[in-house]
Design a protein around this ligand. Structure first.
Ligand code: NCD
Length: 292
């Protein structure tokens, strides 16, 4: 059983909580429950662009028999005022907002469960559950995998949440980022204290033979100043020295770092990864609403 009211940060989930949610997601994938959340209403509050996260939450709710209301064009008002009112209309609320701490704020002013769908560069815990679900599908287990993060590790919230989960499952991390886009030092220190094994590298070539998973991210230009920073690009030639079982994940959307020529590679798994997001969000909605 999940003993929490909200999901604001991946830090609040134990290893067992995560395995439990992934197990439920798999059960809902193989055995759909179209009536499970009948009569329940999700408030879908996205104050930043979103395709996969928003639509997979909404699809998850609708496929479980629930309904959805959304914020279309937010008024100019204190965020807490708007959220407090929306919280009185629905049974559960999902929020994405550019401000770090916005989901925490929502959980303080709403009396219903709140799920963080991305707060600035801080956290994106349901993307992490989606990533872990995809890892289980690819590798059959999570323990001890060798994982490389490539790209913007400073402003990318998906890697900030995922790194914490990597520590919980004793995965080893290889960190590859352009200068000035390294993972924030305080977060890295926190992860190392919790036992994470990690090292920094200059190029994908250095580590490609060793890794089970290449997790690519785009440069989060909307969170950077105007300084141009060049990112990495996954060159299909580099992949020839990867293990046959190596898989490439990307939370999407992609930019130049992952050319479409990689899509036909047997290593590419990012579209399947995104598809699983509906099941993990179904599991989370069902548990937070006490339906399972
Ligand atoms: C990510 C996000 O919004 O943080 N996308 C997503 O939720 N799948 C990654 C990104 O925008 O680069």
């Amino acid at each position: 059983m999940l003993v929490q009211d909200h999901l604001i940060s991946i830090r609040s989930l134990t290893r067992d909580d995560i395995l439990f949610l992934l197990k439920t997601a798999e059960e809902l994938r193989t055995n759909p429950q179209p009536e499970l959340l009948k009569g329940k209403l999700l408030a879908s509050c996205f104050y930043e662009p979103s395709t996969r996260t928003r639509l997979s939450f909404e699809a998850a709710m609708l496929r479980l028999g629930g309904q959805v209301i959304t914020v279309a064009e937010p008024k100019t008002e204190a965020l807490s005022d708007g959220l407090r009112v929306i919280g009185s209309y629905a049974d559960i609320l999902v929020i994405r907002h550019p401000l770090e701490g916005s989901a925490q704020l929502a959980s303080e002013v709403c009396s219903i469960p709140v799920i963080n769908a991305g707060d600035g560069a801080n956290q994106h815990p349901t993307q992490t559950l989606t990533d872990l679900f995809a890892m289980q599908q690819c590798f059959g287990q999570l323990e001890g995998l060798e994982v490389a993060f490539v790209g913007d590790l400073r402003y990318g919230r998906t890697v900030h949440s995922l790194a914490r989960a990597c520590a919980l499952f004793d995965q080893r991390l290889y960190l590859i980022s352009p200068p000035r886009l390294e993972m924030p030092e305080p977060l890295l220190n926190e992860l190392r204290r919790s036992g994470l094994r990690s090292s920094g590298h200059e190029s994908v070539e250095e580590i490609i033979e060793k890794v089970d998973l290449l997790y690519c991210t785009r440069l989060q230009r909307e969170r950077m100043g105007s300084d141009p920073i060049d990112g990495y690009q996954i060159n299909p030639d580099v992949l020839t020295s990867a293990k046959p079982s190596m898989r490439i994940f990307h939370p999407m959307p992609r930019a130049d770092e992952l050319p479409m020529s990689v899509d036909t590679s047997p290593h590419a798994y990012y579209f399947e990864q995104a598809a699983g997001g509906v099941f993990v969000r179904q599991a989370l909605l069902a548990h937070l609403l006490g339906a399972l």
